[in-house]
Structure formats: C-alpha cells, structure tokens
Design a binder for this molecule. Structure first.
Ligand code: DC
Length: 237
C-alpha cells in the first residue's frame, strides 16, 4: 500500500508514546478503532515476557535467557476491534487480568531495561505494521521502533493525575489499589523508564506533545485524530 503521496511504501503508522497512566492505552485503542487500524500494545509484550519468565523460573536479570525467551514467546491478542481491551494469551492461557497488575508492570519495567531484550522484541513489534495502518502504543515507538512514522504523538500528564487514573482503572477491574502507593510506583517507574541507557522514554523530536492532565478523554482522542488527519489527509476517522 502506498500512502502519503508516495513518501512510504509501508503501511501508515501513528506512534503514541508516553509514561504510564498518561492515557495512552485507552486513547490508542479508541483511535485504532475509529481508524479501523491495527493496534500494537508494546508494553504488553514486555509484561508478557516478564510473566513467562516468572512461570518458567527465568531470573528477571538474566538478560540472555530473557532475550531467547522473547524470540520464542507464544503470544496472541484477540478481539479489541471495538476499542475494548483485547484478550491476551500466553502459551494458550488467558493472562489478560494477570498482565495488568502493578507487579506485572514493575517486572516489565525491569526486563525492558535490558538491551538484548529490547533488540529481540524489535522485529516482533515491526511485524505489526500492516495495512490499512497501525497505532503503536509504547515508550519508544516514535524514537526507535518506527522512527519513520509520519504521525507521532507524545502524551503526558502530572504524576498525581496519572496515579489517580491508574487507581480508577484498577478499581473498575475489581483489583486492589492504594493511591499513595500508586503515586510512589508511578514516580519510580517513570524514573526507571526515563533514566535507562537504552531507549529511554522521551518524546521524538518530531512528535506532537499533548499534556492530558486536565483534558477529557474525548478531547484527547480528537486531538490525536487531528494529528493523523494532518499526516494522512486521505484517512477517514
Ligand atoms: O505501557 P505499560 O505500562 O504496559 O508498560 C510496561 C513497562 O514496559 C513500562 O514500565 C515500560 C516498558 N515499556 C518499554 O520499555 N517500552 C515500550 N515500548 C513499552 C513498554
């Protein structure tokens, strides 16, 4: 498929990066549903790898063993076309709920700091780029995985607001949560994701930065769709 006046022969990509709790996940899914594009939840891959490592007794610091595991990880995403969270399967087991716990997030952040792990997951992530288009949600989508993407957005929000969103999200799922603990965890994870030497969390130079702290979800979705329409005037959504 040729898009954007022949600038790229690959399928169009919108990259949506930002820290945890910036609203990225929800916004990406809704935008993908509006556009009818595929959706890559790259954080889920790091979470899945950490879960698989735990269940196989692989140490979360054993970089080479984790990289090997990343290459052979048997994962599947089903549903989610309507903007809902897709079901996630690891080796045939539904791990959708387990994947979203704070523990899985903290483990993911640890394995994501290992360069060999990131390298092993690179091609897996790029394979999601298929027509009619891809919305790629993560930390380094615009900087490392799809640096040639024509539409890039970086979503941000204050630590307090992000912790509150996480709290509400966990409560809705019937999971246990403490707001002060979440604030601490959000700040800690941020420091690790922004401070790591490989693919640190940062906005790509050509990304549109949107601070969502006091924005309603609908407004964020519309803002992101406006970025997509500017990059791809032929796209409806
Ligand atoms: O988006 P998330 O909370 O599911 O991500 C879990 C962890 O994975 C997060 O702490 C950072 C890491 N991650 C990453 O390093 N690069 C990505 N592209 C996506 C997630």
């Amino acid at each position: 498929m040729t898009v954007g006046g022949g600038r790229s022969r690959e399928a169009p990509v919108l990259t949506l990066d930002g820290p945890s709790g910036s609203g990225k996940g929800t916004v990406s899914r809704l935008v993908a549903a509006r556009l009818g594009w595929h959706f890559l939840d790259s954080g889920a891959l790091y979470r899945l790898l950490a879960l698989a490592a735990r269940s196989r007794g692989v140490e979360l610091g054993d970089e080479m063993a984790l990289a090997r595991l990343a290459l052979e990880l048997d994962v599947r995403f089903t549903g989610g076309e309507d903007g809902e969270e897709p079901q996630v399967w690891l080796e045939g087991r539904d791990v959708s709920l387990e994947l979203r716990t704070e523990e899985a997030g903290a483990d993911a952040s640890r394995v994501a700091a290992l360069p060999a792990v990131r390298a092993a997951l690179l091609e897996r992530q790029r394979a999601f780029r298929q027509g009619p288009g891809l919305v790629a949600d993560g930390r380094d989508m615009g900087t490392v995985v799809f640096p040639d993407a024509e539409a890039k957005v970086f979503l941000d929000a204050s630590v307090g607001e992000r912790a509150l969103r996480r709290y509400n999200q966990l409560k809705r799922k019937g999971l246990r949560a403490s707001l002060p603990e979440l604030e601490r965890e959000v700040a800690e994870r941020d420091a690790r994701d922004r401070g790591r030497s490989v693919s640190p969390l940062r906005a790509a130079d050509d990304a549109v930065v949107v601070d969502t702290t006091s924005m309603a979800l609908d407004a964020v979705v519309e803002r992101v769709l406006a970025v997509v329409r500017t990059a791809f005037p032929e796209v409806k959504g």
